[in-house]
Write a protein that binds this ligand. Sequence first.
Ligand code: ADP
Ligand code: ASP
Ligand code: MG
Length: 814
Amino acid sequence: MQVLKFGGSSVANAENINKVVSIVQKASQKDKTVLVISALGGVTDLLLSAAQLASQSDEAYTAQLSVIEKKHLTAVQELIPVARQSGLLSAVKKQCNEIEDICNGIFLLKELSALTKDRVVSYGELLSSQIVAARLSAEGLHNTWKDPRELIRTDLHYGNAKVDVETSNALISAFFAKADPAICVVPGYIASAPNGTTTTLGRGGSDYTAAIIAAATGAQVLEIWTDVSGIMTADPNQVATARIIPHISYQEAMELSHFGAKVIYPPTMQPVLKNNIPVKVKNTFAPEDEGTLIDNTPSASGSIIRGISSITRIALLGLEGSGMVGIPGFSKRLFEALANAGINVIMITQGSSEHSICVAIEEASAGKAKEYIDQAFSVEIAAGQVDPLIVETSLSIVAVVGDHMKNHPGISGRMFGAMGRNGVNVRAIAQGSSERNISAVIYKADVKKTINVLHEEFFETTYKQVNLFVAGVGNVGSRLLGQLRQQANYLFHHLRLQVRVIGLANSRKMVFSDNGIDLNNWKQELDKGENMDMDAFISVIHSGNLRNSLFADVTANATLAGQYDKLLSKSIAVVACNKVACSSSFEYYRTLKDLAREYNVPFLFETNVGAGLPVIGTLNDLLRSGDKVNRIQAVLSGTLNFVFNNYNGEKPFSAVVRQAQHEGYTEPDPRLDLSGQDVMRKIMILAREAGEQMEMEDIRNETFMPASCMTGDVEYFYAQMEKEEEHFKKIYQAAAVNGNKLKFVATYENGKAAVGLQQIDPQHDFYHLYGKDNVVLFYTDRYREQPLVVKGAGAGAEVTASGVFADIIRASKI
Ligand code: ADP
Ligand code: ASP
Ligand code: MG
């Protein structure tokens, strides 16, 4: 004997039912077969809503009933040869009339009891199974149709009735012993109470019907045929990279389904586990796929976590009070009150202080729970020993499940670490002593993010998706996007990273795409976007609540730099090429560093000093390894270096500056470079990273720029420079006569920083510094005689973009 159960989508219409029939045709050649059939997809919901509408005096229920009737009649017409249709058509019509009669009654009485509801929904399975049976017969597959109300006995708990296993087993065994059909078709989901009324086994209950029959008949196998190719590592509707689990234990399947994996109705496992009947989960629409095998052989090691699931709409009940400590019986009374209210407890935690007990239940029962529990503890509440029950809603539970978690340290660390890095606040935690499941209560809004984060954490063979928001598409930004596009394949195959640009903005426009902006086409996409609004941009990053969110600031915008705190405190990583934040007040710099530490989220700004050169990273590595920085001496302005390397008194100074700007080596306003301001910011950032509490006013700047050049707009500045050509020539010649070169040097020593133009003689490390190169000399305890030198191009869009790119990857890998 084998039991095959086909779910709602498998029998949603004539086309699908034909697929079912061909699966049965093949299967029935091997063994005697029981088919358990669900209602046509969506029909249970339609029936329930028709009954609900009728009870609310809403005549729309008649239209719903017409839809239901039409669905079934169409299926009959499409599946059964015309000559054989009439009997089934009139049977379907008759039953649809019965549904209508009941609903008319509900409409008149304005009352819908649980008993009547079960009666109404039972027609879903009754009708679908008769249609499948008729189609099998039409195909020459002789079969017997059996009403499960004669096989499965339950209590009177309508809507979710409890099965009387002993009686049901006896009824089922007796029937099959006597009838022994080759193919038996049984409607799922429905059963009967001892008083003969129709009951149902809970939503999704056809799986359970099939398991009960499989257990009672000692079937060789139970096959659950559905619309996915097996149990997956996570709900495929939530996690795009979810994978089929080829093999899973009964216990693991039970935990996953209990914690929300809808693919199997939770009570299903109980009868088959007890009788050791293997279960296969198969796909009606891809029958050749292997599917998932559930049995009690140990699952292959490998991934420690087998799957991740979640239940939404959870409420957390907290019972607290000083009167509870050390006094036995409080938890008994709490659970008694919940049992009396008929409320199912999903999760329990109690701190060892015994000061509070925390229970997770379905959100819909929260009101009732509060009423019953406050009543049960009314005396203690009045005496101030126990507080009134605290109820929190809008919560969910996520659970990671796996037999191999047992005795394997570090799983919860990884789980909560990954959640913490993504700013997911955990409200309660439970781990059963079987160590097969760790569950956490979190806010409902965080569920999708959390499941994806955990999936990436535990199923490493998939990839990690990074959701990037980029502000700024100028010289550097546009190259960054180009590099991201060019490296997408490499990142995916070598680092298992998929970096998607979810949001993009320049000063005028912003655009968002949940699936990632097409980087071949970003200019057009951005042009079509909405008008840029910085607050709106930041709030989309917040509200998107995407895992591994990362903001890259490739602007020089001060207002934007003032928003980093809002991002970091939401666990959104910040990568800044923009120097404003780290060179603004020390207080803000400190706040950002503290937030990054507090929320364990990357805040990286390597390109603030030396563009793509590893300057800040090197300094940090030195300090972290215990070295002490005694002096930093550096040429940090690619712009000034370019200018003084190209200026020899022949071509005007202003023309050289213009060339530097044209080639992308200057800030948008070149005066930030020429005045030494930009170098001051850089040496201050290095000093701050070295632990110094430094402000811009603390830095000495011996500027070479005439005051006349420093006012007005950029064009005025160029005009003034032309007038001051003699001034620049003089500076150049003073150095040239000594055989020296001019370099704008920054130093940090003994807590002090200074910047200024210096004549550099040919013996000095700085002499051979060409083009737009930067150089940084670190004199430390370990690099005492000869400094540690970092040297190379210190400006330019391509290298700066590559520095930002490297920071993005660094932040993504954490
Ligand atoms: P049926 O109507 O065949 O009983 P269900 O809709 O009850 O089918 O269950 C199958 C659905 O369960 C899938 O289509 C999928 O969307 C959902 N699902 C949720 N979690 C999982 C999981 N971990 N593995 C597979 N499917 C899942
Ligand atoms: N038709 C019922 C439901 O939709 C039972 C089932 O499909 O398993 O819940
Ligand atoms: Mg189901």
